[in-house]
Design a protein around this ligand. Sequence first.
Ligand code: ADP
Ligand code: MG
Length: 727
Amino acid sequence: MATARQQAIQTIATTVHYLNRIEFKGLEFKDMFGCNVFNEAEQKARLPKPIFKALQKTIKLGAQLTEPAIADAVASAMKDWAIEHGATHYTHLFQPLTGLTAEKHDSFLSPCGDGTALAEFSGNELVKGEPDASSFPSGGTRSTFEARGYTGWDPTSPAYIRETPNGATLVIPTVFVSWTGEALDKKTPLLRSMEALSNQAIRIIRLFGHDNVKRVYTTVGPEQEYFLIDKNFLYARPDLINCGRTLFGAKPPKGQELEDQYFGTIPERVIACMADCETEMFKLGIPVKTRHNEVAPSQYEIAPIYEDSNLATDHNQLTMDVMRRTAENYGLVCLLHEKPFAGINGSGKHNNWSMSTDTGENLLNPGDNPHDNAQFLVFCVAVIRAVAKYPELLRVSVASAGNDHRLGANEAPPAIISIFLGDQLQDIMDQLERSDLKSTKQGGYMEVGVSVLPKLPRDAGDRNRTSPFAFTGNKFEFRAVGSAFSIGGPNTVLNTIVAESIDFIATKLEADVKGGKTLNKAIQDLLPGILKESKKVIFNGNGYSEEWHAEAAKRGLPNLKTTVEAIPQVISKASIELFTKYKVLTERELYSRYEIFSEKYVKEISIEANMMVHMAKTMILPAAMRHQSEVAGSVNATKAAGIDVGTQLEELKTLTTTINKFQAAIKALEHAADHTATGDTYSHAKYMKESVVTKMEELRTHGDALETMVADDLWPLPTYREMLFIK
Ligand code: ADP
Ligand code: MG
C-alpha cells in the first residue's frame, strides 16, 4: 500500500489539467469590467433621475438616505438587474471580527398564496437584514437577550452578482452592528475612520484655499501575496487542511537560495489559474493590475489599482475568496496563511496608502510648485508624526498568531514600527528640520511655500523591503499586514492616527493664521518641531539587522514581538482616548476587540497544538517506529552473521534517542494544551504563548529531525521539496 504522500505524487504525475477555460479571443476584455456590478452607470440607466441623484449624494458625500421611497426604488431596480443576470437569491455580506466574511442567502421568491410566486425585494430588505448572528464573536458587547445584531446596507460599496455553478446571488455589502449600535464588524469602524480623516484633512485643504474640495478619501492598493500548491498534497496534510500551514516539515535541500523564482516565468497551470481569477475579478469590478512570482518557490503576488479604503477592503476580501475558489478548478490550493512553510519566506499584504481629494488630487504627491509642495509637506509630516506617536497601535493592528511567524521572527519586516523615507525625502526633511535653527544653518535650508522641492523618484518597489512603513514616492506602504488579514483593521488604525495628527496641525495653523501669520510662515514655524519630536521613528537602514534592534531599543521604540505582547495596546489609555475622540470605536467596542483578539489567538494556537499532537502520534511516530524496527532487525541480522555492527548500532541509538525525545515532547505538549482557562481570556492567551507555543516548537524540532532519518518510503507526509516544487 502506498502512503497518502506517494499517492498524492502519483496522482499529480498522471493528472492532465483542463486549462483553457476562457476564450479571450471572443471576449471584449474591457467590456467585461464591472459587468456583474450594480455600478454608477447601471444605477444611472435604471433609476429615476431624482433617486439616482439622492443615491449618488449618499455615496459621494456620505449624506443620510432618509426617504424610504429611495430605498424602495433602488431595491426594485437592483432586483430587476440581478434577476436579468441570473440571480435567484440575495445576501447581505458582512465582515465579522473573525476577519472573514459572512453571508446568509434569501430567495427573491415570495409565495402569493394562490399557488404562484412573485419575485420581491423591498427597500426594507435592502437596507436592513437580521442574520441569526449570535455565534459571531462580540467580545461581550451583546448579552444573550440582545444576541441579534443586524446588517445595514453600505451604499458606498456597490452591490454585485456572484456567479456560482447553478445560479447566482446578488451580494449587498453591509455593516454589522448590535441593536445598541455597537460595531460588531470591521467595516463600521473603517467607515468611521475615513469620515474622521476627511473632516480633519478638509481643514488643511481649506487653509490652502481649495474650496471646491468636499471630501478627502483614504486610498488603498493592497498587494496580496499567496502560495499555490497542488491540491493533492492537501489531502495528505491535515495541518494544511485545518490550520492553513504546515506544523511539521524539514528544510528542503533546495529552498529559495538560488533566487531563481522572483519575477521568474510563471508555470502554465498557475498562469491559467491567475488569468481565470482575474477574469472573475474584472467582472466584479476589481481593478487587478499586476501578477508575478514572489521570492519563495510557489509564491505569487496579485495587486490591484488603488481605490478608496472601503472599496479596497471589500475588494481584497473578495479577491481572497475568488482566488481560493478558482484555484480548486485547476487542482491547486491557494494558501493565504502568513507562514505556510517554515524557513521559506512568509506572505504579507503590502498596504499602499494615501489620501486623495474628491477632485482626484493625491495629497501625498509632491507637486511641481511651492504651493503644492507646502501642502505635501504638511500631510507627509502628519503621517510621520502619527506613526511616531502611535507605533503600538499600528503594531497591534497587524497582530495575529499567523503573523507572529513573520513580524518578530527572523523575517522582514520586523515588529518594530519605523518609517523609511528614502534619501531624497530624508534630505528634504533634514533641511526642513534645520530651518528653525538658522544660526547653525548647514548648506541652506528650505523655505516652505517658496522653495521648489527636488523631484522625488517613484520607488521601484523593492528598494527597502525591510521597513514596515515606507514612503514610495507618492504614498506610504505599510508592509507589516499579514496575507490572511482583512485590511479593514490596519486601515482603521492608520486613518485614525493620521486624522489625529492632521487635527493637531490644523489647529495650530488655523490659530496662527488667525493671529496674522501667513500660512507659509505658520507651516515653517510648526513643522521643524514636529519633525524633531518624531524623528526617532525614521529609519532608513536594514530593518532586520541586529544593529537596528539595538538602536531602536536605545531610541525607546516599542518592540512588541508577539501578538500576546501587542494585544493590551488595544485598551491602552492612548488608544481609548484616540478612538473615542474621533468616534471610531467606543471604549466598550475596544474592550470587545481586546477580548476577541485574545480569544482568537487562544483558539488558533489550541487547534494547532491539538493537530500537532494528533499528527505526531498517528503519522510521524508510527513511521519512525517502523523504521526503527527495520533498522533494529537489520542490526540483529548483521550481528547474527558475525559482522561488526558498530556504526549501524550508532545509527540505531541516534534514531532511538530522537524518537524518545519526540515522544517526551508529545507528552509535554499534550499536557500543556490540556488546559482549562481559569482567569480572563487574555491571561489564557498569555498562557498559550508561554506554555504551549514553546512546546510546539520543541515537538517540531524532533519531528523534523525524524524526517531526515526515516526511510523515504515510510514517511507519510508530503515534504517541503515536494509541495514546493512538484506541480
Ligand atoms: P510601486 O512599483 O512603487 O510599488 P505601483 O504604482 O506599482 O508602485 O503601485 C503598487 C501598489 O500601490 C498598487 O496596488 C497601486 O495601486 C498602489 N498605489 C499606487 N498609488 C496609490 C495611492 N495614491 N494610494 C494608494 N495606493 C496606491
Ligand atoms: Mg510595491
